[in-house]
Design a protein around this ligand. Structure first.
Ligand code: HEC
Length: 150
């Protein structure tokens, strides 16, 4: 049973890139989807940031909750950068589609950083969480500088 579930999960994961464009009826749907996912991630990342910078009091359980949400949603947005969704109410730079290797690298930097942030969250170590928060923030900024329009 467990093996069957694992197999289903593997097939589903492999199918995601293939189905990415088919999953959205129109480009605006993809844009809305990715912006929504980024908004949720950004909201919880900012709440964590407020504690890291001392704007709100430090609370480890709250930090862990915000990290868990960031970890759960951080890869969702990237299914929404489908071909043809570079126009409309979006700040996505067309470079995303002309320089896919660079965009993928920027995305993978985020994935790696969130992986470490998640480990730090599980450890509950305040200093480790603060360091990982800073490192993750650099990957947000790195991609925004290159692939998000002002
Ligand atoms: C690999 C590139 C990339 C990374 C990494 C990235 N973003 Fe973004 N982000 C974008 C792009 C592109 C947009 C513009 C999307 C659009 O308007 O269609 C965006 C938009 C946003 C938005 C605005 C969403 C809206 O409502 O329009 C927020 C908030 C955001 N990002 C937060 C973050 C945070 C926080 C991180 C890091 C934890 C992060 N992003 C990492 C590329 C990235």
């Amino acid at each position: 049973m467990k093996r069957k579930l694992l197999l289903i999960a593997a097939v589903a994961a492999a199918a995601v890139p293939m189905l990415a464009s088919a999953q959205f009826a129109k480009p605006e749907d993809a844009i809305k989807y990715r912006q929504s996912a980024l908004t949720v991630m950004g909201t919880h990342f900012s709440r964590l940031g407020a504690m890291v910078t001392g704007k709100t009091p430090w609370d480890t359980a709250t930090a862990q909750y915000n990290i868990a949400v960031v970890n759960a949603v951080h890869n969702l947005a990237f299914a929404g950068f489908v071909p043809g969704s570079d126009k409309g109410t979006t700040k996505a730079d067309p470079k995303i589609w002309s320089d896919q290797a660079g965009f993928t690298k920027a995305r993978d930097n985020l994935y790696a950083a969130v992986g470490k942030l998640n480990d730090a969250g599980k450890s509950g170590n305040e200093a480790a969480i603060k360091t990982a928060f800073g490192d993750t923030g650099k990957t947000c900024k790195g991609c925004h500088d290159d692939y998000r329009m002002k």
